[in-house]
Design a protein around this ligand. Structure first.
Ligand code: UFG
Length: 322
């Protein structure tokens, strides 16, 4: 199978490219090189530099490579930035993605996998969150991702395109061989920041609020290993190729960890406590986000293998030491 992977130079995208190449898929990457860093990809993978909204270039790529499937990772991911600049988020995550989708349908691409997010749920009424929970995003990031899920449903009904939208909870970790690393600029994600604080590469980590209604007062998230995410995408591609359509599916573990638990886990791996302090709450942070992950198990046969907190942190430490 040939797969066009957009955003294949990003954190989740690059992990998927390796997993797909390891599984014997032929992979072509389309990426605008806007992510921090330049990951090493398998030699056989052609990387085309360009934007998913460039209709001519995408049509040319699809005509040349004739992929059966597109896995669309390219997008903007910063919640705070989306609040300050909603136009950028709707343009990149919706308008440009729609150009890609039009090109895909015109070229007869059969399957489409789209990186979505738990941010589509907004502030959940209850956790764990099933896919049937109300989708009420509280920022343009989540809204732009949800809008594109709706577009996929419409295109599927009208044109027969088969699709899956994995909704990631908190992607973390790295390939255990240390070849890839989570890199964002600026880095705002908890685990890379905690690891860097523990390695003495930055000052103490700030806990954004310790007065939440949780057992230790800090926010709870469902951290899921990026290699497990990559595996779920491969399973989705298999199902779509077999003629099924999946729709939205949560990718999380069903277990949450608090910010303090992450800091403690990093201290255990590093052999010394990670310096930290308590700061004010960060605007827009829900108290707890935990997936009901049963649909991924039932529909994709997916079970996370490396997503226990200790393994995630060990892999993150190894990759950042490299
Ligand atoms: N946190 C801190 N200190 C920091 C950084 C983060 O206490 O220096 C806390 C946050 O307040 C939050 C938790 O650590 O409670 C996790 O924060 P991240 O920034 O790592 O991740 P988020 O949960 O905010 O966001 C992630 C993705 C989003 C996605 C969201 C939805 O980055 O793209 O999950 O599940 F929308």
């Amino acid at each position: 199978m040939t797969v066009l992977v957009t955003g294949g130079l990003g954190f989740v995208g690059s992990h998927f490219v390796w997993a797909a190449a390891d599984a014997g898929l032929r992979v072509v990457v389309l990426d605008d090189q806007s992510a921090a860093g330049r990951p090493r990809l398998p030699d056989a993978v052609e990387v085309v530099v360009g934007c998913v909204g460039d209709a001519e270039r995408v049509a040319d790529l699809l005509a040349r490579h004739r992929p059966e499937a597109i896995v669309h990772f390219a997008g903007k991911i910063e919640v705070g930035e989306s609040v300050r600049n909603p136009g950028l988020y709707f343009d990149v995550n919706f308008v440009r993605a729609l150009r890609l989708l039009d090109a895909a349908v015109a070229a007869g691409v059969e399957s489409f996998v789209f990186s979505s997010t738990a941010a589509v749920y907004g502030e959940p009424r209850a956790v764990p969150i099933p896919e049937t929970a109300r989708t009420e995003p509280i920022n343009p990031y989540g809204a732009s991702k949800l809008a594109f899920e709706h577009a996929l449903a419409g295109y599927s009904a009208a044109h027969g395109l088969r699709w899956c939208a994995p909704r990631y909870f908190n992607a973390a970790g790295a390939r255990p061989d240390g070849t890839l690393v989570e890199a964002h600029d600026p880095e705002t994600h908890l685990i890379p920041l905690v690891v860097d604080a523990g390695l003495g590469r930055r000052g103490p980590i700030s806990i954004f609020g310790d007065d939440y209604d949780t057992p230790d007062g800090t926010c709870i998230r469902d951290y899921v290993h990026v290699c497990d995410l990559a595996d779920a995408h491969l399973r989705a591609l298999e199902r779509l190729a077999a003629g099924e359509t999946i729709g939205p599916v949560n990718l999380g573990t069903g277990r949450g960890s608090s910010v303090r638990e992450v800091i403690d886990a990093a201290g255990d791996v590093l052999g010394a406590p990670v310096p930290h302090g308590v700061a004010a709450r960060r605007a827009g942070d829900p108290t707890a986000l935990v997936a009901d992950a049963r649909a991924a198990a039932e529909r994709l046969g997916w079970r996370p293998r490396r997503s226990d907190l200790a393994t995630i942190v060990e892999d993150a430490v190894r990759s950042r030491r490299n």
